[in-house]
Unconditional design. Structure first.
Length: 274
């Protein structure tokens, strides 16, 4: 018998988590429910911690490798200018889609601040002048590389990786061994991500079970509406708009592109990183 695909297993895990969470919510505070929630919390946290464990080295190695593979300076300049123009265009389209979906479907209706009173009780807003904010933002970008890697400061890690990748481009073949090392590190991280993804059905089932069992039903309904609008808008942008631009500009088949980019898209999905 053919084993179900990973996507099918993830879908089944999500449905199982939703069903199990609904059952526990209906059962109430029983000893069995407490034990199940404890196990779900352990499994869900384990899955998230495993992803966080590999996130920083994967992002670092991927950016260094991607930049370092732009061998020629003129090629690097052309790719960056094209990428920037594409980024601005697609972000503008995404903003229009987001505003349009929010105006049409109104996903925030039904949500009240009182629902989040418990979660925000100890939170205090902090006023900061614009110059101080800019200074703090820049300090967050440029940090000690070892501190940034150890603390998981993603923005700082990205900046370090960009500078290192540019240095490898400028250095050329003299630093070929370092470029090969970064490529192999990226491949190893992707291998580990592949192993972790085999736990995704169990991890997502545990996370959804815990969420549904412990949150208010009215809040979940409103959040479900919000999530549906966000996912629908994202799918429209990613499955219609972007492939349309790809086909119009390059003539490349979107299906052929998605097949080739499947590994990169999977990595971006599981690490919540673009």
């Amino acid at each position: 018998m053919r084993r179900p695909s990973l996507n099918s297993q993830i879908l089944f895990g999500c449905l199982l988590g939703l069903a199990g969470g609904s059952w526990l919510a209906a059962e109430g505070a029983t000893p069995l429910a407490g034990h199940v929630l404890y196990g779900a919390r352990l499994a869900g946290n384990l899955f998230l911690d495993l992803l966080r464990m590999v996130l920083v080295p994967l992002v670092f190695a991927s950016i260094v490798t991607g930049v370092a593979n732009l061998r020629a300076h003129h090629q690097m300049h052309r790719v960056w200018t094209t990428t920037l123009a594409f980024f601005v265009l697609t972000m503008a389209i995404a903003i229009i889609i987001g505003f349009g979906a929010a105006h049409l479907f109104r996903p925030g209706e039904g949500l009240h601040l009182a629902m989040f009173a418990e979660a925000t009780r100890d939170y205090q807003t902090r006023q900061m002048p614009l110059p101080d904010y800019i200074a703090q933002f820049l300090r967050g970008l440029f940090q000690n590389p070892f501190k940034a890697l150890a603390n998981g400061e993603i923005l700082a890690v990205v900046m370090i990786a960009l500078f290192l990748g540019i240095a490898l481009v400028v250095g050329g073949e003299r630093y070929r061994n370092i470029r090969n090392l970064m490529t192999e590190l990226q491949e190893l991280c992707l291998m580990v991500v592949g192993w972790i993804m085999h736990l995704a059905p169990l991890g997502l089932a545990a996370l959804l079970l815990q969420l549904v069992a412990t949150q208010d039903g009215a809040l979940l309904g409103s959040l479900g509406h919000f999530i549906a609008v966000v996912i629908g808008s994202t799918l429209f942008h990613g499955a219609i708009v972007l492939p349309g631009i790809l086909w119009l500009v390059t003539g490349v088949s979107p299906l052929h592109f998605f097949k080739g980019a499947r590994e990169a898209l999977l990595t971006a999905f599981v690490t919540s990183s673009s």
